[in-house]
Design a protein around this ligand. Sequence first.
Ligand SMILES: *[C@@H]1O[C@H](CO)[C@@H](O)[C@H](O)[C@H]1NC(C)=O
Ligand SMILES: *[C@@H]1O[C@H](CO)[C@@H](O)[C@H](O)[C@H]1NC(C)=O
Ligand SMILES: *[C@@H]1O[C@H](CO)[C@@H](O)[C@H](O)[C@H]1NC(C)=O
Ligand SMILES: *[C@@H]1O[C@H](CO)[C@@H](O)[C@H](O)[C@H]1NC(C)=O
Ligand SMILES: *[C@@H]1O[C@H](CO)[C@@H](O)[C@H](O)[C@H]1NC(C)=O
Ligand SMILES: *[C@@H]1O[C@H](CO)[C@@H](O)[C@H](O)[C@H]1NC(C)=O
Ligand SMILES: *[C@@H]1O[C@H](CO)[C@@H](O)[C@H](O)[C@H]1NC(C)=O
Length: 530
Amino acid sequence: EDSTKRMINKIKYNTRLNRLLSQINELLSWRPLIAGGLNRMKREWVIPHINFAENDRGPYPKYMVEIKSSKARKVAITYKITGPGADEPPEGIFTIDERSGAMYVTQALDREKKARYKVSHKHSSHNAEQPMELIINVIDQNDNSPEFNTSVLTGRVNEPVLKVTAEDKDDPTTKNAIIRYRIKSQTPTMPKEEMFAINAVSGVVRLKEGGLDRETHPEYKLIIQAADMEGEGRTATCTAVIIITDSNDNAPKFTESSVSVYENAIGVEVARLKVTDMDEAGSPNSNTKYSIIKGNEGGAFNITVGPNKMEGIITTAKELDFEGLSVYKLLVVVTNEAPFSLPVPTATATVTVNVIDRNEAPVFSPAEVQVTLSEDMKTDTSVVELKAKDPDTARKQQVRYKLLNDTARWLSNNSSTGLVQIARSMDRESRYVIDNKYTVLILAYDDDIIPATGTGTLVVSLLDVNDHFPVIKQRKAILCNTDPLPALLDIVDLDGPGHAGPFTVELIAGHKTNWTVKINHTSKVLCSRK
Ligand SMILES: *[C@@H]1O[C@H](CO)[C@@H](O)[C@H](O)[C@H]1NC(C)=O
Ligand SMILES: *[C@@H]1O[C@H](CO)[C@@H](O)[C@H](O)[C@H]1NC(C)=O
Ligand SMILES: *[C@@H]1O[C@H](CO)[C@@H](O)[C@H](O)[C@H]1NC(C)=O
Ligand SMILES: *[C@@H]1O[C@H](CO)[C@@H](O)[C@H](O)[C@H]1NC(C)=O
Ligand SMILES: *[C@@H]1O[C@H](CO)[C@@H](O)[C@H](O)[C@H]1NC(C)=O
Ligand SMILES: *[C@@H]1O[C@H](CO)[C@@H](O)[C@H](O)[C@H]1NC(C)=O
Ligand SMILES: *[C@@H]1O[C@H](CO)[C@@H](O)[C@H](O)[C@H]1NC(C)=O
């Protein structure tokens, strides 16, 4: 009885189970035999994605999934798959057993070639069921190293130095493609081992330490490593070359600083101040500029930059005067065309300019000595005492005088005193006199070994005196007997106005009986027969 009861219960249970199963089968037209089962989405049954790791070692074909139609029990069904990976390129990656519906992978998959397949699944019973889509995700494995897009990068220091970029073909959503950067080595390791730092995530290389010096280390080579798996995985390296661009961190330096120059010369070169600058030659960082900041009394000097930009040329802007100031201490500062990037001590040079005395000529002051004299002055009369000053105060010199072109020999000179006297009687009417002026060049010279000579002019203005008779120029006059016209005679007087015309004419004694003369003009005489 008990066993009968148990049998009935079992049948009941089995019937219920069978009913349940057939109900489920009614609901399910497809039954993929994979973990996770089916998820209901709206009213359709959706097969969850199938995940299959790339690079699976096989053996192939490898079973992947089995899909069965619920009708399979009732009718014979032929299963087929279609789409890329099945009957479309890349063909034959997935196959299906026509009878059982078991799906296989025929070869190792490569996510980096194709990360996702969409295969349509259909079967050949009556068309009761629609083909359905099966998504196969290829699961990434870390089978790709990061790659730099260039092997050598060049940067120049002046902030963010450079940025390296590596790419990893692996799945960007997994660690397989998450790259971290680091600097593996730095050459040279001077002045510090870690002059640069890299942002592990962005790959931006920055200067970490101060002390870059183009003059000693113009270039750095960094080996930069990119590693996936957040820095723990596969690696790649590239070389970054960092060129240290010049910045104006060196002040130019003078190499020379004491000179002598003759006085009395304008625009002459006094000194060329050569400078050196460690910065890049020919650049605004080494090209120099100069100024005299002290000691340039009265703007006596001018400083300009030489054509090679590496020397300052001091010239005299004015005539130097040994007797005024014989030593200048010029404080010259040199800077560069570009402003300094660091607070560097600027170079100054004290240029001592010794003014060399020159034998200077005595100077007549004023240069033109004017004297007015009556032309009939007696000999030995003093005309003038010439005075020239010798600027050479540092020299004991005697000034001597000389008349240079006293062509008429009217004057005498005392060479030591400069006294000019009348040597011979002068004549305002002489051919040496122009516009009543007798002009003589005068010299004042010192007694140096090579005498220096200053010149001046002595202008003697001669006042007229009536020292000439009026004369009838014509010594003979011819008159015609038959048709007598008066003879026209000229009166000449060398003296100037006041001492010449108007003239009076008269005939001497008995000649008055037969002849007449009269002035018909200031200096014309009409002479005629009565
Ligand atoms: C490398 O990648 C970076 C960032 O995408 C880009 O700016 C650069 O031009 C690339 N270089 C080359 C040589 O392709
Ligand atoms: C100095 O020389 C420069 C260039 O020749 C010129 O422009 C400037 O006028 C000079 N200055 C003086 C004071 O002579
Ligand atoms: C002396 O020379 C000066 C300059 O040449 C001239 O003006 C002057 O007339 C000359 N004097 C005489 C007397 O020839
Ligand atoms: C002026 O003085 C000098 C030096 O004593 C002399 O040689 C010269 O003959 C003099 N000239 C005249 C015109 O007297
Ligand atoms: C020049 O003058 C001085 C002083 O008066 C005198 O001693 C000398 O003899 C004069 N020289 C001549 C050449 O006249
Ligand atoms: C003046 O002329 C007359 C006539 O020709 C002559 O006879 C006379 O001698 C003359 N007188 C004198 C002073 O020459
Ligand atoms: C001077 O005489 C000349 C010649 O006879 C004549 O032509 C002229 O008019 C006269 N002049 C005067 C101012 O009388």
